[in-house]
Ligand binder design. Structure first.
Ligand code: FDP
Length: 330
């Protein structure tokens, strides 16, 4: 074997800050196990006749695909009885998820989007799970709504699992962003990217151009700036799964944006379990996430499914969006 092989287990034990040992480390193990279970299902999706719409519509009014429901359930079942969490929030469930009374409660809150980019499931395009971990505000009580409505700056860990050409778990517990690739033969996540950083110069910008006509003038100006920049010259790439667009941009440099539209003043992306965890990772990787006026990490959600405009990636590309927005609204 050419290189040193470091499993996620060994990495978590040896390289993590002291405060990340113990319970938080165990939550990350549980999420790594969830990743393997969900990956085994996503890889066989076409064979298992698991595709197609489930019978219900989620709280966002979007049709849930069966794999969303499955992924949601896997994460819930693996975490509801461990004694490490006191509540969870999932994109697929309307209210906060309490820990059943017959199980012990812990001090952490897990927020997650079980399958981001789910409209891509039936076309074999990358999708992913996004997660964030907060600490409870009140150790004596079982988790409350207040515990869940924390700004991203309070996150103590965040990450995503990308189901793409390979399955990757990328996370940060406050000391850099690290990526692990699942070796399907061994069933192990192996360290493949240590200390991921948005490279400079960046290569890509990722916006859904189909909505451009519905965007305000300052957004047209910003997108024109991205299109016509000479140094560096950027190329457009848009998967339509934010987690996949974010991952590519963190590896090659770039910016992902989902701005507000006249009819959707809050944009499309959910703050608590999509935008904030990715903004936390972006910060850890030397990048930045903004709603166009302020850091996404500074926004305290007022409801668990709140949406927010998003610009995330290399800092100077995101700050330029803020500049255009400030000019547009002055
Ligand atoms: P999806 O609805 O498929 O779950 O946040 C949801 C999201 O995907 C993002 O992952 C993705 O970037 C965006 O919506 C895609 O929206 P458009 O189809 O409007 O581009």
């Amino acid at each position: 074997m050419k290189n040193k092989i470091i499993t996620i287990e060994r990495f978590l034990l040896e390289k993590q800050p002291v405060y990340a040992h113990g319970e938080l480390t165990s939550i990350l193990y549980d999420l790594a196990l969830a990743a393997k279970i969900i990956a085994s299902q996503t890889q066989r999706a076409g064979l298992l006749d698991i595709l197609g719409f489930a019978d219900n519509v989620n709280v966002q009014g979007e049709e849930q695909r069966k794999l969303d429901v499955y992924a949601d359930d896997v994460i819930y079942q693996l975490n509801n009885h461990t004694g490490r969490l006191c509540a969870m929030v999932s994109e697929e469930r309307e209210d906060i998820i309490p820990i059943p009374m017959d199980h012990p409660k812990g001090k952490y809150i897990l927020v997650y989007d079980p399958l981001d980019g789910s409209s891509n499931i039936d076309t074999n395009i990358s999708i992913g799970t996004i997660f964030g971990v907060y600490q409870t505000l009140n150790y004596d009580k079982r988790g409350s709504l207040e515990d869940c409505l924390q700004p991203g700056k309070n996150l103590i860990a965040a990450g995503y699992i990308l189901f793409g050409t390979s399955t990757m778990l990328v996370y940060s517990a406050g000391e850099g962003v690290h990526g692990f690739t699942l070796d399907p033969a061994w069933g192990e996540f192996i360290l493949s990217e240590e200390n991921m950083r948005f490279p400079d110069p960046p290569q890509f910008f990722s916006f859904n151009h189909a909505i451009t006509n519905r965007l305000p003038k300052y957004m047209h100006q910003y997108i024109h700036w991205l299109l016509t920049m000479e140094k560096p010259k950027l190329t457009h790439r848009y998967v339509g799964s934010m987690v996949a667009d974010f991952h590519r941009n963190m590896i090659h440099g770039g910016v992902f944006g989902y701005p507000a539209e006249a009819t959707k003043p809050d944009g499309k992306i959910r703050l608590l379990y999509e935008a904030a965890p990715l903004a936390y990772l972006a910060k850890q990787a030397g990048g930045y996430g903004s709603d166009g006026t302020q850091s996404l990490l500074e926004i305290t959600p007022t409801n668990i499914h709140q949406r927010v405009p998003v610009f995330i990636g290399n800092r100077f590309l995101v700050e330029k969006a803020e500049e255009f927005m400030a000019m547009g609204s002055s």
